[in-house]
Design a protein. Sequence first.
Length: 167
Amino acid sequence: MTLAFFILIMAGISAYFLAPLLRPEERWLADVDHGAARRSLVAEKESYLRAMKDIEFEHASNKINDSDYAELRRHYGAQAAKTIRAIELLQDDAPPQSAAEPADLSQGKIELQKKLEWKIRAVKEELDTLEHSWDNGTVDDAQYVELNDDLMKHLEELISRLEEARK
């Protein structure tokens, strides 16, 4: 009798804990406002880029030393890159735009988007290579800052062109 009671209790507990696995799959991101999330991420990216410009100004006016500048520059650059990746992931998850455009115009936009995405990937690979070279000491701080600035400006330009192409 005790064994049957124990089995009955265990079956009830197992059913309780396994019930969520038997429910239909829910889409959690279906209700996400991609526009608001994207605007938030873009604002975050802009704040990191603004911070990078601020520390560059403070370094130029000798308010912070070289080592602190390099550390802050690397930190804010990495945070900006993470935010840019998050923006791209959000764009990949965004619902497709309406198909009200003519097929040839839509095809041209898709081709342009693919080219821009390829160029963005290439610039990101250059940034990764630069970061690796700087970590290994093959690129000094001044070269790193200059090259990183140039690549980040180019990346921002490509991303803005891609955003325009997606509209």
